[in-house]
Design a protein. Sequence first.
Length: 160
Amino acid sequence: MSDYYSRDIDLAELKAQEGSEVGVSCWFDITQARIDTFAEVTEDTFFIHLDAERAARETPYGGTIAHGFLTLSLFSAMAYNAVPRIAGALRSVNYGFNRLRFVSPVRSGSRVRGRFTLTRADDSKPGEVTLDYAVTVEIEGEARPALAAEWLTRHFLDAA
């Protein structure tokens, strides 16, 4: 089994799970330090992410919030933690999104986790599998999710 993925699974077994939730990640802490680091790396230094006093004063959130793209950037780590790896896969790549919505702000100090439902496993191209996941990122203690997306990943299989 890979050092990253939660477990290996045969392609046939994975395909049988189409329409089902295939994994829920652990919780990820969204600290102000993580938000600050993301702001520095992406050069998105808007006050709502970095200035707690101003964000409390000028927004309805009571303080700073994480960048939507920070939450999105955790998809890979969440998937490694929760989603099975296809046995025999040589490599996997992000293939894109059919849909992405930032539903609710993630306040500094929150925790988030990903829920992955396999909606489609397309193995019509020899040596390749494209997986389509409905992903929801939950905010601990909140009724509404941080984001919802339809995420595509492509996996290249060992021909042997």
